[in-house]
Design a protein around this ligand. Structure first.
Ligand code: NAI
Ligand code: MG
Length: 506
């Protein structure tokens, strides 16, 4: 395995200005002010490639969340935000997108240091996609239209005028994970701002840095004080306090299915509205009539992009018997060539897992899969030395009830399973999961591919491609992959209440 390790801090590879920003304990954003935690507590942020200290960040808990929620309420009720025209609001949201592009390199550096992903990837994917969702959502601010609705019951025509008005749901609590720290903040904040809500955002404890930098960018774009409050902290304290705060009208969460359940429990007392974007174990199906080279390349990226730390990763590969060996050896050959290393190193193609905990989790799955009889065509282990690296792995000879087949691994581990025919059995096997986030189909027969796409129980299906995202396309899950959709027009309903107003006019 090619691995570039380093004994020096990766901080040395970023500009002095960014190093300086990282050298001060990073405060949280509440009511337009950058403040330390009320408790005075801080926590350490670790570089996952070197296990060295990267930054110190204020550790928010229930007291900080409470103050942030009050600030968000006040900003909605008494600040300029609630009275701002949709056009002015839209222009601010658009400007956030412009500024993200202005700070493209800096944000990509921060993302690479904090999460471990290659700088080059963050620069072409995470950061531009983050700008894109603000640009896309800015247009919706002026298009949140209700409807005039003719009514029939108990009235004669013309007696009443009825219409709907779309109003912001109120103060929104948003909790995000560490796999795409900036992008997840952007997916959450952009629609909330476009619809006129105010927000308390809890960034992930593993990767708080780009979210905090985004807070500065929001201020530069002219987001009024208190409209977005950003509190770094741990899930069990800050996250739980936000999910159960009576002043929060709606909670939007992305993360594990287990914590999704806790969010629902916390919200249930006050019947707070909840949207959830959770785990996946997505089937990626290659038919024997596919363009095999394209399928190999696309399926390699389908599992290994972002080190497999994608909720929509194509982690269960189904390949038709005739081409199984060719496809598996092709993907395994690609996997074996992937260069592991420090994200800031230009030669690096795959960084480390985000944390010690995630590293342990993925290694645990590998051990369990191999003990249960799966065979690693490539990978199957973690390299020695510093950093939370895992060798890209392709497992075969699995059984349907193995943990590696059933559970979300969230690491660079693919299970490859042969199938005979494109029939009901294939569809049933592909759908045999508690999840339903995404799926892939590779075939030259567009009718067959679309029949499969219709039969798969998943929120996104990619045909002859994988991981194609767009701000205009809804994204979210069937079954235990979540509630509601992110992005596109579909996300707006998460943040709006429709009010029906009826006036007697005769
Ligand atoms: P997690 O679900 O614990 O963390 C996600 C966010 O939820 C973080 O901001 C965390 O602080 C917060 N959180 C944790 N416990 C909470 C609680 N009790 N109340 C409120 N907020 C809470 O995910 P974790 O532990 O980082 O990863 C575990 C597994 O979850 C991964 O192995 C992966 O399978 C899955 N996952 C899925 C993601 C997705 O994009 N859908 C993203 C990250 C993880
Ligand atoms: Mg957790």
């Amino acid at each position: 395995m090619n691995i570039h390790t380093t004994s020096t801090s990766t901080l040395e590879r970023v500009p002095a200005e960014l190093r300086k920003w990282l050298s001060v304990p990073r405060p949280m954003l509440i009511n337009g002010k950058w403040v330390q935690a009320k408790s005075g507590k801080v926590f350490d942020v670790i570089d996952p490639a070197t296990e060295m200290h990267l930054a110190t960040v204020a550790e928010g808990d229930a007291a900080d969340i409470d103050e942030a929620v009050r600030a968000a309420r006040n900003a909605l009720d008494n600040g300029p935000w609630g009275r701002m025209s949709p056009s002015a609001r839209g222009r601010i949201v658009h400007k956030i997108g412009d500024l993200i592009l202005k700070y493209l390199d800096e944000l990509a550096q921060l993302e690479s240091l904090d999460n471990g992903k290659p700088f080059a990837v963050a620069r072409v994917a995470d950061v531009p996609l983050s700008a894109d969702i603000f640009h896309y959502m800015s247009g919706w601010a002026t298009k949140l239209e209700g409807k005039h609705i003719p009514i029939s019951n108990l009235v004669s025509p013309g007696q009443y005028l009825s219409f709907t008005r779309l109003e912001p749901v109120g103060v929104v609590g948003q909790i995000i994970p560490w796999n795409f720290p900036l992008l997840m903040a952007a997916w959450k904040l952009a629609p909330a701002l476009a619809t006129g809500c105010t927000v308390v955002l809890k960034v992930a404890e593993e990767t708080p840095l780009s979210g905090l930098r985004l807070g500065e960018i929001l201020q530069e774009a002219g987001v009024p004080d208190g409209v977005v409050n950003i509190v770094p902290g741990f899930g069990e304290t800050a996250g739980a306090a936000l999910a159960s705060h009576p002043g929060v009208a709606k909670v939007a969460f992305t993360g594990s299915t287990d914590v999704g359940r806790l969010i629902v429990q916390a919200a249930s007392r006050d019947l707070r509205k909840v949207s959830l974007e959770l785990g996946g174990k997505s089937p990626n199906i290659i038919l024997d009539d596919a363009d095999i080279e394209a399928a190999i390349a696309g399926s390699t990226a389908g599992i290994f992009f972002n080190h497999g730390q994608c909720c929509n990763a194509g982690s269960r590969l189904f390949v038709q018997e005739k081409v199984f060996d060719k496809v598996v050896s092709g993907i395994a050959a690609n996997a074996a060539k992937i260069k592991l290393g420090v994200g800031m190193d230009a030669a690096t193609e795959m960084g480390p897992m985000v944390s010690d905990v995630q590293h342990g989790r993925v290694k645990g799955y590998l051990k369990c899969g191999l003990e249960e009889g799966a065979r690693a065509v490539t990978g199957g282990s973690a390299p020695d030395g510093k950093g939370y690296f895992v060798n890209p792995t392709v497992l075969v000879d699995t059984k349907p009830d193995m943990k590696v087949v059933r559970e979300e691994i969230f690491g660079p581990v693919l299970v490859a399973i042969p199938f005979k025919e494109v029939d009901e059995k294939l569809i049933a096997t592909a759908n045999d999961t508690i999840y339903g986030l995404a799926a892939g189909v590779w075939s030259r027969d567009i009718a067959k591919a679309n029949q499969l796409a219709n039969a798969l129980k998943a929120g996104s299906v990619w045909v002859n491609c994988y991981h194609v995202f767009d701000a205009a396309l809804p994204f979210g899950g069937y079954k235990q992959s979540g509630w509601g959709r992110e992005m596109g027009q579909a996300v707006l309903s998460n943040y709006l209440e429709a009010k029906a107003i009826t006036s007697r006019i005769a």
